[in-house]
Design a protein around this ligand. Sequence first.
Ligand code: ARG
Length: 278
Amino acid sequence: MIERTVPRILMCAPTFFEVSYVINPWMTGHVHDTTLERSQRQWDALRDTISRHADVVQQPPAEGWPDMTFTANAGLVFGNTFVPSHFRYAERQGEEPYDRAWFERHGFDIVELPGGVFFEGAGDALFDRGVARRLWMGHGHRSDVAAAPALARLLDVEVLSLKLADPRFYHLDTCFCPLADGYTLYFPAAFDAAALALIEQHVPPGQRIAVHEHDALDFACNAVNLGRVVILNRASADLRSRLEGAGFMVIEVALDEFMKSGGAAKCLTLKLDEATGA
Ligand code: ARG
């Protein structure tokens, strides 16, 4: 019998969200360019859409930490284990104690990476949805390459490490998205040659959904996948029909206010029940 449980997704309201510094190319030119009214409205629409396919759990936002709404970066969840992030930039390091406290309070076992290793959580570490205990990791901009062997050891998982090559796609979840049954949405030009070869070696051609640059720039790879549902900012007609052809239902939720900060649907969420497959 297949047991079906409703996924749980962590989100954090954008009450204190704004672009107040520049730590990725998307933020350039957008300092103080967002409004609470627009970001709250877009975030509410995302939360309501996700709520139809998952249970949304809310983490209280903290004043002074404008990027905390991007819960993907809090850390990595695996079963009941939580590996906290250690942000590369001081601008986000103040989120760390809030995230740690939330996961402690909610009964997770906190497992630490070695000190001094930068790691930005589920922004750069994504479990495969076809192969159990396979973790795809990005490095080159935010997370250190050393986070990969450390996580393999700590979680006893296979880690496939991908070097990110384009500063616009600075977190793995901006250009790569494992989907149900091993389908993989990705933007090839965001990776170096070795990373691309690794993807092609592990994802069969019929399951690769390579997106064009215009979709990548619309954050199509930054998608929330819940079963056969894919929630994203925007997909071209071509991408939509390819996803539908693979059996997915595509739902668009406009998130341009968050794109000014370099994030969209997936960045605003963290899956709280990542199966260990054990
Ligand atoms: N402004 C945030 C940063 O640069 C955006 C984070 C987006 N998160 C993500 N998982 N891609 O850190």
